[in-house]
Design a protein around this ligand. Structure first.
Ligand SMILES: [Zn+2]
Length: 319
């Protein structure tokens, strides 16, 4: 009898050990599974399609590498089994209410670009006393967008993801007052020439007179809005090539940009601020060389208004 009992007890004990081990495994793995599910759920929708093109000038705020946090910059491409990578920030871009693409104001919308940002839950700005947290406007793997809070002062911007991983900008971000936003800027963002008499307003052209000023620049040079404006037209035709007509909000005047290298990314009806990219210098339509054909209209373009000589105005923007 004793031998028989010992034989039946042993397998039961083994079962208990196995069950205990399974339960332990389940408990240990549970948090990791929950984390992975969250990542899958949030990683699909990419909202990052900013029309703002990054520009070359290096601002302290847009350093190339996130060296502020050695642990985070080292591990960015975690290709393992469901283990999410650490967030990194490589660049800060100002999208709206900006002094320039690297100089935000309080209330500006900025994009923090980098990698593994799709699990970021909060962004912290430096404030006079400690830090201030803001919610995200949009989030994708490559970028998060936030509004610069009113209490923000110059300092690092940090992000924290749902696992508690954190990183910050490589450099301190300067926050500018709204008064620093330029009201008007020169439309061509690179070396230019106003050419000779043939480039002038009123110069002879086959069948008509020249209704604008030609501004020579390398093809591909960025073209930006001179001031706050509404996009009236974004079109192509055989004469002007790719062109846009911008209505200057609060005035009766309109500006025209012609011969752009490709269609403008702007949408008709869109309101843009001074310095917003309109397109790039090109040589499309009736054009023999890379240049911006610029027109300044008082009143409606082509429908009752009249063009004026814009050269003095353009020169004033260069001062
Ligand atoms: Zn022209």
């Amino acid at each position: 009898m004793r031998r028989a009992r010992r034989q039946t007890v042993t397998p039961a004990g083994l079962m208990l050990v196995v069950l205990g081990f399974l339960a332990l495994t389940f408990i240990v793995l549970l948090p990791a599974r929950a984390g992975a599910a969250y990542l899958d759920g949030s990683g699909s929708a990419s909202l990052e399609n900013s029309p703002v093109q990054p520009t070359a000038p290096a601002d302290p705020a847009s350093g190339g590498n996130s060296s502020g946090d050695a642990s985070s910059s080292a591990v960015s491409s975690g290709g393992g089994i469901g283990i999410p990578g650490f967030p990194t920030i490589s660049r800060v871009l100002c999208l709206k209410q900006c002094v320039s693409s690297t100089k935000p104001t309080r209330g500006a919308i900025i994009a923090l670009r980098g990698d593994n940002l799709d699990r970021v839950t909060r962004v912290f700005f430096t404030a006079k006393k400690g830090r201030v947290a803001v919610k995200l406007r949009t989030r994708s793997r490559g970028a998060v967008r936030v509004t610069v809070p009113g209490k923000a002062v110059r300092g690092f911007v940090a992000v924290v993801d749902s696992s508690g991983n954190r990183t910050r900008t490589a450099n301190q971000l300067r926050i500018f007052p709204i008064s620093a936003i330029p009201i008007q800027v020169f439309p061509v963002r690179g070396p230019i020439s106003f050419g000779s008499s043939g480039s002038r307003f009123g110069a002879g052209r086959p069948g008509h007179i020249h209704q604008g000023q030609d501004v020579s620049a390398s093809c591909g040079t960025r073209l930006v809005s001179i001031r706050k404006a509404k996009v009236l037209y974004n079109r192509w035709d055989g004469g002007g090539g790719n062109y846009v007509v911008l209505h200057n909000i609060g005035t009766r005047t309109n500006f025209v940009y012609m011969h752009m290298i490709r269609r403008s990314p702007l949408k008709v009806g869109q309101v843009i601020g001074a310095g917003t990219q309109v397109g790039r210098v090109g040589n499309t339509g009736q054009s023999s060389g890379c240049h911006l054909h610029f027109e300044y209209w008082i009143g409606p373009w082509q429908t009752g208004g009249r063009p004026i000589d814009p050269l003095a105005f353009l020169r004033s923007l260069l001062k």
